[in-house]
Design a protein around this ligand. Structure first.
Ligand code: ADP
Ligand code: MG
Length: 706
């Protein structure tokens, strides 16, 4: 039976009655719908309420699709421009008249319609030479519609013009779907949520949900169907995440770091500051993980400047105390260098060797480092993705720390674990992107999470100001004053791929303009953007880091991690074009020294309501989590920084920012299910087991989420 079941949903789209090869091709291309199952599980994006009729007199051009009920008064074929036939009709209801017009299939439409009959007319009104009309309305005889059942909500699917032209428009699609749905049963749409859970959550059955999501007969039915499908979607997502986490723990054995030794204690004692409580707490959390023989996979979240590096270093010290090596991977050469410098300073009096390995370290120097690493003489190696290369061999890698995780793909993370043949190194991923809890649960459901939610004491809060373009002269004056005080300034321009040329020109113009106000040789300005060669970029960054240049004009390439304590002013151009989380990251580049720092948000003189709200959020708070929440609310999850590349959020119905209750409930139930029956062996969990098998077949790229 199971065999047969799979078979029906797997029916290729062109074999469905009413579709055929030509339409099938177009459907595959335009909608990525390949099978009958895909068609069923591609849901309407909205519904038209066909229980309501519009009055002609109430029509405005703002109306979307509407439904009218009236008598077809006349129908007349006329010759339009370039001699093509056109069909003009007039419809009348109790309130007025409206023109109907057809440019295509004129003969056919003319034959199909009958003057004097009452029709239900459906379409989108427009205004042409001051008169209201509807082009190509759908027409149905009232007498016929009234005998049809269930005609209350009509599903609207996203489609393309090409598909409309090929005869697979919404109307045709609905007809095909009605036929398919009438033939469904609980074997074909097998239930995949255990009965008990379904009862507890008052979820309708999967079959009912599929039926009503396409053709609901009431608002309530529609809501119940959507809820059920959203739940299922996120439940299985979380379940798979949790399972891959458990599975990894079983599969990858690690070495338990049993002792805390001299390296850790000496380092701890020699720190130039007292750790914050939050830092102490996360170190404890990590220590517990490290002591286990299961591989640690932990995400360390902490706002910019919260002091993640020292936590990483202390944790690496524990690895060394246990006779193992550690590595720290950063996304850019500059960051790797900064980490190297900082960590070398903190460990100067310790009996350990720290090395740097980046792409630009070549020849003899490189060979020497590689040999020392393999011999186990290097305890901590810091580098870029160069660390993943096959030539990099450790004696015994016990811990891999990855900084600023969203720049690295999952594959790269995995590349590091494979560095140790006998057992898996523990992995600590650090990110400065504050992710709201719900999203973190969803995106990083396979990681354990630690949060540093406190900044080191004594920091001066960054002053954030909003300035309109008209205040530019004052901003320039302010820059002069700050530079005279010996400070450095960042000016950041937005750059997105779609408008890259124009954006680069903006940056270039901005730079040239600055040259007039800050003439050489008295002033020095660096320019850095992603289109430059890496070496040139690094050269300019280095000049700024050393204080040779006073102003750094850049795109967002500087957003991650760079630490120039003397830079105290961050000016952001076209602020309205940045996401909130990104603005927060950028702002975090200043406020690292003892001086009062400023972040100036420049905008055009006109701002949208949304733009004003976002700027107000930035001005009002320095708290990364509050900002991330606001970002999620204002822009939706797809835009929250760090999630774009994840490809993990292409859910059909669930929206992790607005459907939090569902996300959290699903996670809770997924967790409970696994706690109770990890192997899914209990008979009541068979539906789950079966569904996972189907999913696994469907998504062969299962591994991408682990
Ligand atoms: P991030 O979390 O953004 O990577 P860093 O690790 O670069 O932050 O730390 C930012 C700055 O704060 C560094 O200059 C570091 O020396 C300093 N720092 C870290 N922890 C403390 C602390 N507990 N007290 C004072 N300063 C600290
Ligand atoms: Mg950092």
């Amino acid at each position: 039976m199971q065999q047969n079941v799979t078979h029906i949903l797997d029916t290729p789209i062109e074999y469905i009655k009413g579709i055929g090869p030509a339409k099938g091709d177009a459907i595959r291309n335009d909608l990525q719908i390949f099978t009958l199952g895909d068609l069923l599980f591609t849901f309407p994006f909205r519904y038209v309420d066909r229980t309501k009729f519009h009055l002609i007199k109430d029509i405005t051009i703002d109306n979307d699709l509407i439904q009218l009920k009236g008598t077809l008064l006349s129908l007349e074929k006329v010759k339009g421009k370039n001699n093509r036939a056109r069909l003009n009709g007039v419809l009348k209801d109790g309130s007025g008249f409206i023109d109907l017009v057809w440019f295509q299939s004129v003969q056919w439409v003319e034959k199909a319609l009958e003057v004097g009959k009452e029709y239900i007319v459906f379409g989108k009104p427009t205004v042409f030479s001051g008169k209201k009309n509807i082009a190509h309305p759908e027409m149905e005889l009232v007498s016929e519609v009234e005998v049809q059942l269930n005609k209350t909500f009509e599903p609207v699917y996203s489609t393309t013009e090409k598909l409309d032209a090929k005869g697979f428009d919404n109307k045709a699609r609905r007809k095909i779907l009605r036929t398919i749905i009438s033939g469904l049963n609980a074997q074909i749409i097998a239930e995949n949520i255990p009965e008990e859970m379904r009862t507890k959550l008052k979820l309708i059955s999967r079959l009912e949900a599929i039926q009503s999501i396409h053709f609901p007969t009431s608002e309530n039915e529609k809501e119940l169907a959507i809820l059920r499908i959203k739940f299922e979607e996120i439940f299985y997502f979380q379940l798979r995440m949790l399972m891959s986490k458990v599975y990894r723990k079983v599969k990858y054995k690690a070495i338990g770091f049993e002792k805390i030794g001299d390296v850790f204690h000496q380092l701890y004692k020699s720190l130039p500051y007292e750790l914050t409580n939050a830092q102490k707490r996360v170190i404890k959390e990590i220590r517990v993980d490290l002591a286990k023989v299961q591989q640690m996979n932990r995400l360390l979240q902490g706002d910019v400047g919260s002091g993640k590096t020292v936590v990483a270093l202390l944790v690496m010290a524990i690895a060394i105390d246990n006779g193992l090596q550690a590595c720290l991977m950063a996304p850019t050469e500059i960051l790797a260098q900064q980490h190297y410098k900082g960590i070398s300073e903190l460990t100067v009096n310790l009996p350990i060797r720290v090395a740097l390995l980046t792409g630009s370290i070549k020849g003899k120097a490189r060979a020497e480092i590689l040999a020392a690493l393999e011999a186990g003489e290097i305890h901590i190696i810091i580098g870029t993705h160069a660390l993943i290369e096959d030539t990099v061999v450790f004696k015994t890698l016990g811990l891999a720390v990855i900084d600023e995780q969203h720049r690295f793909g999952v594959a790269q993370r995995a590349g590091l674990w494979k560095k140790n043949k006998e057992f898996a190194p523990h992995v600590l991923v650090m990110t400065a992107t504050p992710i709201p809890r719900t999203l973190a649960m969803t995106l990083y459901g396979d990681l354990d999470v630690s949060v540093i939610d406190e900044l080191p004491p004594g920091r001066k809060e960054i002053k954030t100001l909003h300035q309109y373009e008209s205040a530019r002269p004052r901003v320039l004056e302010f820059m002069h004053k700050e530079i005279a005080l010996g400070r450095q300034i960042y000016i950041v321009y937005p750059l997105i791929e779609e408008s890259e040329k124009l954006d680069l020109k903006n940056l270039q113009d901005g730079y040239e303009n600055l040259l007039q106000y800050f003439p050489q040789p008295h002033f020095q300005i660096s320019v850095v953007h992603g289109r430059m060669k890496a070496a040139d970029k690094d050269f300019e960054m280095a000049r700024f880091v050393k204080g040779i240049t006073q102003i750094m004009v850049a795109t967002t390439v500087i957003e991650v991690g760079v630490n120039v304590p003397n830079a105290s002013v961050m000016i952001i151009e076209n602020t309205e074009r940045f996401g909130l989380s990104q603005l927060h990251q950028l702002r975090g580049r200043v406020g690292r020294g003892a001086e009062q720092s400023y972040c100036i948000l420049m905008t055009g003189n006109k701002l949208s309501k949304d733009g004003r709200e976002r700027i107000k959020t930035m001005v009002d708070t320095n708290n990364g989590f509050i900002i991330a929440e606001a970002d999620l609310r204002l822009r939706g999850p797809g835009d929250v920084q760090g999630t774009q590349q994840s490809g993990l959020l292409d859910f059909k119905l669930i929206n992790v920012s607005t459907d939090r209750a569902i996300v959290e409930t699903a996670r809770h139930f997924a967790q409970q299910l696994l706690e109770d029956d990890l192997q899914l062996e209990k008979p009541q969990n068979l539906p789950v087991r079966n569904h996972l098998v189907t999913l696994r077949k469907k998504y062969k790229d299962w591994g991408r989420i682990s």
